[in-house]
Design a protein around this ligand. Sequence first.
Ligand code: VGL
Ligand code: ZN
Length: 200
Amino acid sequence: MSSALIIIDMQNDFCCVGALAVKDGEKIIEPINGAQEEFDTIILTQDWHPKEHSSFASNNSAEVYSNIEMDYGPQILWPDHCIKGSVGANFHKNLNTNNSDLILRKGCNPKIDSYSAFFENDKNTTTGLEGYLVKKEIKRLYLCGLAFDYCVFYSALNGVNLGFDMFVFQDLTKAIDLNKSEEIAKKRMIEKGINLFNFI
Ligand code: VGL
Ligand code: ZN
């Protein structure tokens, strides 16, 4: 059965001094490079927002990390991050991007956030990833990258709901952890039959 490694959002803004830095985010880069050697198909996702993006607290005159109600449901308001074309939106320089088959950008629509690699946060607008995987007959997906409790979590949930076999390399991901989101994500993944295990 064909499988793929999906590396979620290994970008400057989610590492060390980035705008939405995930604690120890940069520590998983080297082991992710190692994991790439085990896969024939490698997909990178890249969070890629216009500066007027509706998920930015600054565009809503609201506090960072507060919650608002969008047309499509609840949305957390983030610091400005991964603005398209900015240094923060670039992949971290230590990430090996030479062997990736597909680079998928998400969060490009100013009105809808997109945590998942499959669907935007309205749960309906596709990124096209499902079609890519189906056409290539890839049925098993291994996830790693940032952040465990947002983009990795929602990608894993959507993937399992679409019928893919989902695996998450727990030691190749790090969480933002807002209001117990790490614990909640882990519990829901286990309930949904997503396989959590360590690469190393
Ligand atoms: C992410 C919050 C906002 C992520 C992206 O990559 O997990 N989190 N945008
Ligand atoms: Zn984002």
